[in-house]
Design a protein around this ligand. Structure first.
Ligand SMILES: CC(C)(COP(=O)(O)OP(=O)(O)OC[C@H]1O[C@@H](n2cnc3c(N)ncnc32)[C@H](O)[C@@H]1OP(=O)(O)O)[C@@H](O)C(=O)NCCC(=O)NCCS
Length: 203
């Protein structure tokens, strides 16, 4: 498991469904239909992971921002977070499928308020380090520069386009792929990157 100093990563459980739905709505406001995460949990090839804050034990309370957790700042759906004050406040979710010959990244999403804090990168690092397939692939909106930058940072290359892939606005998808995710060289790169991420957070 790739670590993050402040957040922790774990597998999704059935109790996380409401927060998963809220995170998806926050990170992908235009997505329709929404994902049925209970069904996804039962999908044998699916791996669902989440990154969150242990609100009981975490010492760095300031990043939690009381205003955010008590819904005092405007958020999607009048502050609906799907969190009911139990232990883990989840900030990001990721789903990948272990398919024949490739790992397919279905989505990575981080609550808007918690973006740019390394959560998305940590989720991606976990998928990559756990991939049993050398090939890891995904589709991303042509206009989604933050996500494209994240994938390029991890050496994904654009290998094709799916024309009008997204039905909401007819946008094209870029197909981005890595072909050597299980090589020693790439594993070393992942390890170094994760150490760098942790050291950046310590600064
Ligand atoms: C894309 C997304 C998952 C990135 O997660 P994040 O936690 O915000 O990003 P991180 O802090 O981990 O950033 C990691 C890298 O992503 C890229 N990145 C992230 N946000 C960016 C931004 N606003 N502009 C440009 N590049 C960005 C950078 O390469 C960054 O590395 P750097 O810090 O060394 O520059 C997040 O922005 C998100 O949920 N977006 C909405 C949903 C989505 O589009 N998901 C991806 C499609 S499946």
């Amino acid at each position: 498991m790739i670590k993050h100093n402040f957040f922790h990563v774990r597998a999704m459980s059935i109790n996380d469904t409401e927060q998963f739905q809220a995170i998806e709505k926050d990170a992908f406001p235009d997505l329709f239909p929404e994902t049925n995460f209970k069904n996804e949990l039962n999908r044998s090839i699916a791996s669902l992971i989440t990154i969150g804050i242990d609100t009981e034990n975490n010492k760095k309370k300031e990043i939690l921002n009381d205003n955010y957790l008590s819904n005092k700042i405007p958020l999607y759906r009048q502050g609906y977070t799907g969190w009911h004050g139990k232990k883990d406040f989840l900030v990001g979710i990721a789903e990948s499928w272990n398919m024949v010959g490739e790992t397919h990244i279905i989505s990575i999403g981080v609550r808007r308020y918690f973006q740019n804090k390394g959560a998305g990168e940590t989720l991606l690092l976990n998928i990559l380090s756990n991939s049993e397939n050398p090939i890891v692939t995904l589709e991303v909106r042509k206009s989604n520069q933050p996500a494209i930058n994240l994938y390029k940072k991890y050496k994904f290359q654009i290998v094709g386009t799916r024309k009008k892939y997204y039905s909401d606005n007819g946008e094209d998808a870029l197909i981005m792929t890595i072909e050597s995710a299980t090589s020693m060289k790439y594993k070393g790169f992942i390890e170094q990157s994760s150490e760098l991420l942790v050291s950046k957070e310590n600064q």
